[in-house]
Design a protein around this ligand. Structure first.
Ligand SMILES: *Cc1c(COP(=O)(O)O)cnc(C)c1O
Length: 382
């Protein structure tokens, strides 16, 4: 039993942060003060650098969770006369379609179900057949299954068809390479509490400057208007409304730790090692991943639930939590599953720890191995 510390979060954000990131919150900041304004401009600059986007993009932070930033980006960048194609293969793609519905923007979807990637040639066909579509929205890592969508190929198709691309890179940016110089897209959206390992409280969008300059008046909502947030911040150095000051201070520290780890490449290496340890250890206990290896992200991995009738997720969850690890329920519609994250302040020691906890939980439930029902396995290798 590991009750000596708070549990490790093997979840896709909020996630386990470093002690030094938490300690950076032990100071109060005046939101109008130049010290805080400098902090804001510093984190924005460093985020642009992480995407090699400082020449042609601006970074606009927004209070709230990641969804607020996604909604603000869709509302600000898609004109009222625009039409969107949303590529969906899980909850976060579905959420973008729902947002567009609320916004009253015409929207069509390519729905691949729970876990299939959107094929770039299908996207091409849809764009060829519908000239009214102005924007395509895609999720980079669809956190509900953990699938890594082929955004580079999709970006290439969208650019060739002369349409604009918006990427929800919430659970990818900071760990998966995102080089704005070679990726034709108008916006990349993410938040503080995912791969940069900050605490929750704001999101941000990296937006092509020449695109945002033309977005005045698009947004339906004052608080979600990124054009207004950007121009106000450019003019005054301040956020328009009360900023999450402590969260921004923690994020600056988290960025320093990200850079010290070797930036995106360093973080990707650690998360990949975490995933490889996790997947190998789970497979050794008979578990199956939902996805074939080529689609597995180093962010979060979905496992089929064991077929054994004694398996019960809430008991499994509690037994693992008792040993100091928080895992995540599944988010699939068709098959029983659960998820284990690889991101946050987690290292080989924690991944071995969660594997041991899973083994102990299975033993306590009287389950020999994690083999799923054969009929739940993907019928086609994709
Ligand atoms: C976490 C996440 C979001 C934002 O979720 P919030 O709960 O609003 O922070 C959006 N898209 C993806 C892909 C995510 O992983």
């Amino acid at each position: 039993m590991n009750k000596s510390r708070e549990p490790y979060l093997l979840t896709p954000g909020p996630l386990t942060t470093s002690l030094t990131t938490k300690q950076a919150m032990l100071r109060d900041w005046g939101s109008w003060d130049s010290d805080f304004n400098d902090l804001t401009s510093d984190i924005c600059q460093r985020l642009l650098q992480a995407a090699h986007a400082e020449d042609h993009c601006v970074c606009v932070p927004l209070q709230g969770s990641g969804t607020y930033a996604v909604e603000a980006t869709l509302a600000t960048l898609i004109p009222r006369a625009g039409k969107a194609l949303v590529l969906m293969n899980g909850a976060y793609g579905q959420r973008m379609a729902k947002i567009l519905h609320y916004l009253g923007r015409p929207c069509v979807t390519l729905d691949m179900g729970d876990y299939l990637p959107p094929p770039p040639n299908r996207v091409d066909e849809i764009l060829a057949g519908d000239s009214a579509i102005t924007h395509v929205a895609v999720v980079h890592c669809e956190t509900s299954s953990g699938i890594l969508n082929p955004v580079e190929e999709i970006a290439e198709v969208v650019a060739r068809r002369g349409r604009r691309l918006l990427i929800d890179a919430m659970s990818a940016f900071g760990a998966l390479p995102c080089d704005a110089r070679g990726l034709p897209c108008d916006a990349v959206v993410a938040s503080a509490n995912k791969c940069f390992e900050g605490v929750p409280g704001f999101g941000f969008a990296l937006i092509r400057r020449e695109v945002l300059e033309r977005c005045a008046g698009n947004a339906h909502s004052l608080s979600l208007d990124l054009y207004d947030q950007w121009t106000y911040m450019a003019r005054t150095g301040q956020w328009r409304f009360t900023p999450p000051t402590h969260v921004v201070a923690a994020f600056a520290q988290a960025l320093t730790e990200h850079e010290a780890e070797g930036g995106v490449a360093g973080r990707l290496a650690r998360y990949t090692a975490n995933r490889d340890l996790l997947v190998a250890g789970m497979r050794a206990m008979g578990f199956h991943t939902l996805l074939a290896d080529r689609w597995l992200s180093p962010i979060i991995v979905t496992f089929h639930s064991p077929s054994d009738s004694r398996f019960d997720f809430s008991t499994f969850y509690r037994l693992i939590k008792d040993q100091g690890f928080i895992i995540y329920p599944g988010k699939l519609t068709a098959v029983e599953s659960f998820r284990i994250g690889c991101i946050g302040q987690l290292f080989a020691e924690q991944m071995r720890g969660v594997l041991a906890a899973v083994r102990t939980a299975l033993d306590a439930m009287g389950i020999a191995d994690g083999a799923p029902r054969p009929e739940d396995l993907n019928p086609v290798e994709f």
